[in-house]
Design a protein around this ligand. Structure first.
Ligand code: GLN
Length: 468
């Protein structure tokens, strides 16, 4: 049994562990840690919930699926009554008036939130250095970035501070930090989990997803969070994924696998990651899997298309942060001055850059040439996926072109930072499910299937774990 959730439950049932003790020790570890992975601790709330869970456990009542399980929440989700800053200065004193749908479902299942986790401001970044709270540090080497934007979440899981964390992925923000900290992270199919209560970055690709050390727990968590939500019209109903999928299945050797030749041949790809990835493909061939080389768009095209669309959407979404309804207000002589001062003084440089860029690509005279072109590219990317998935069942790729950079280096060279998303953004534009599994290369392997193919992805990840 690889599920850490089930292991904790077993210990609760046997009486070898009590929830208050577990939660107190996780809080203690988080408080001692110098990874800067947390923006706000939720200690009082967590200890209160733990006492209730202990009562429940003692009473012999059936445990709810996540009873007494400590988890972390990326600081971009609404959790009623708690500070919800998006790692921004502008919302540092903002308290959420309601709770996000995905988080409500976790709480209803008995999970206990222990911390609101550090991330790049509003999801803008790939290194967790664009945070009002300062950078988080990589779980395995504190001199390195943890990746982003869900850096704090991946670090907390990797260090064992949380049993799972809920990240958010717009262009790679769950998958890339999961790769950099060697844990599992799933970006589900767009629309599988409600975005209601997630601060919007780019609404057309934003996804809620779990980060965990256990594949089995990823399955449990997406089953709990998935489902149609009348408050997010892009959601759809999906079937629960049964635990039998992790049983040995000889048919896995028959799955046809695709990988993108141009990803692997790219000059931007680290030599060791390339070699390890090629080795992994070789092992699959030895297992009898048919492997097909596929053509895709080059990393620079994917990154450009993604950033044009993401910046356009974030410029629109963040227009509400003007100090009149939301945000720390900086008074000016006129309402116009107030907007300008509030936004220039309280938003980070990276976020301001994206807002200016987004407004630019949407502006009259530019939208046709830039924004519409990116939308057209997105359509071509989707068509290309549809064609590929007629021939293959799984697409594999590296998660990142490089290993995590030193803290401080990404901000000096933003182009390199943007390119660290080269292998994740395409799948986001296609709305496809994609998992980072900490296997094969130093930053893991990305496993993608067609829409709603989470079951196949998890099955395949287990298979890969066994054969590697
Ligand atoms: N790093 C990418 C960006 O900055 C993706 C971020 C995300 O998925 N939230 O846009």
């Amino acid at each position: 049994m690889d599920s850490e959730i089930l292991k904790i439950h077993e210990a609760y049932r046997k009486g070898s562990l009590n929830c208050s003790g577990l939660i107190a020790s996780r809080i203690g570890e988080l408080e001692k840690s110098n990874h800067n992975s947390v923006n706000y601790m939720l200690s009082d709330l967590a200890m209160e919930m733990a006492a209730e869970a202990d009562d429940r456990i003692k009473s012999g009542k059936e445990l709810r699926p996540l009873e007494g399980i400590p988890f972390g929440i990326k600081d971009v989700y609404m959790l009623q009554g708690t500070s919800s800053s998006g790692s921004s200065g502008i919302l540092k004193n903002y308290k959420a008036p309601y709770t996000a749908t995905a988080i409500v479902k976790l709480l209803d299942a008995g999970a206990i939130p222990v911390a609101r986790e550090n991330c790049d401001c509003f999801g803008h970044g790939s290194s967790n250095e664009n945070s009002y709270f300062g950078p988080a540090r990589n779980a395995l080497d504190k001199n390195l970035v943890p990746g982003g934007s869900s850096g704090g979440s991946a670090v907390n899981v990797a260090r064992g501070f949380t049993t799972f964390s809920i990240g958010g992925d717009t262009g790679g923000s769950i998958r890339q930090p999961s790769g950099y900290n060697k844990v599992y992270g799933l970006k589900p199919t767009y629309g599988r989990i409600s975005r209601f209560g997630l601060m919007a970055y780019a609404s057309s690709t934003d996804c809620v997803g779990p980060i965990s050390r256990s594949l089995e727990d990823i399955r449990l968590l997406i089953n709990i969070m998935s489902g149609k939500d009348s408050r997010d019209q892009t959601t759809f109903k999906s079937d629960a994924i049964p635990d039998e999928i992790f049983r040995n299945d000889p048919d896995l050797k028959k799955i046809r696998i695709g990988y993108y030749r141009n990803f692997i041949e790219s000059d931007n790809l680290d030599e060791n990651i390339r070699n390890d990835f090629i080795r992994l493909i070789g092992i699959l061939k030895e297992q009898g899997n048919a492997v097909e080389e596929l053509e895709f768009y080059d990393d620079t095209i994917l990154v450009s298309a993604y950033y044009v669309l993401a910046m356009a959407e974030t410029a629109s979404n963040l227009a509400r942060l003007d100090g009149s309804v939301y945000g720390e207000r900086v008074a000016g002589e006129s309402i116009r001055d107030q907007y300008a001062l509030t936004r220039s003084e309280n938003l980070t440089e990276e976020t301001r850059k994206r807002i200016v860029g987004g407004n630019q690509v949407l502006a009259h005279g530019y939208a046709e040439d830039i924004y519409q072109k990116a939308r057209y590219l997105r359509k071509m990317i989707t068509d290309s996926f549809n064609r590929d998935f007629r021939n293959v069942g799984i697409i594999l790729s590296p998660v990142t072109p490089n290993t995590p950079p030193l803290l401080g280096s990404s901000l000096k060279n933003p182009m390199v930072m943007y390119l660290s998303d080269a292998y994740t953004v395409g799948f986001s534009l296609g709305g496809l499910p994609a998992l980072t599994a900490p296997l094969g290369t130093d930053t893991g392997v990305q496993i993608t299937a067609e829409k709603n193919g989470e079951e196949r992805i998890l099955k395949f990840a287990k298979y890969l774990k066994e054969i590697l």
